[in-house]
Unconditional design. Sequence first.
Length: 169
Amino acid sequence: MALRSDWSRRTCSMARGLDILGDPWTILVLREVFFGNGRFDAIKARLEVADSVLTKRLAGLVESGLLEKKAYDDGGRTRQEYVLTPMGEDALPVLNAVTIWAEKHLPAPSDKAHMYVIHSGCGKRTSSADTCTGCGERLTAANTSWHSQSRSEQPVPLSTAAVRKEAAA
């Protein structure tokens, strides 16, 4: 899903990655799905985004292989929710890096406007996007929580494909 032009065939890895992840709405949609918020109406409400913008970003993330649609029953009506694929889970360090960088360099507009990356294994806040700076363990969606003070008093465990598969079994 290109922003201005198709960078998917560029020789530069960063350009190819930005072809998919370079749009702010895309990153925010992924944030919502990592938080376990994968239903269209819930994402729309949280992001305050237009239907057309959200529809385009979700379609691009599905087409790119970062998300997949899963059917669920909404009181007799089958609807779709969006869940991470393993490829989508691999984008976690990118989202962690943006969060850590912003917390370090950009002032928050309020005390509640902070978000921290927490390694669930040792319970420590980390300043690295892919490795816990407290214990050295590699960060994954299964062992990472985000503490968004505007959402919850406690860190929120991230959604993973493994958790969804276990819940469906």
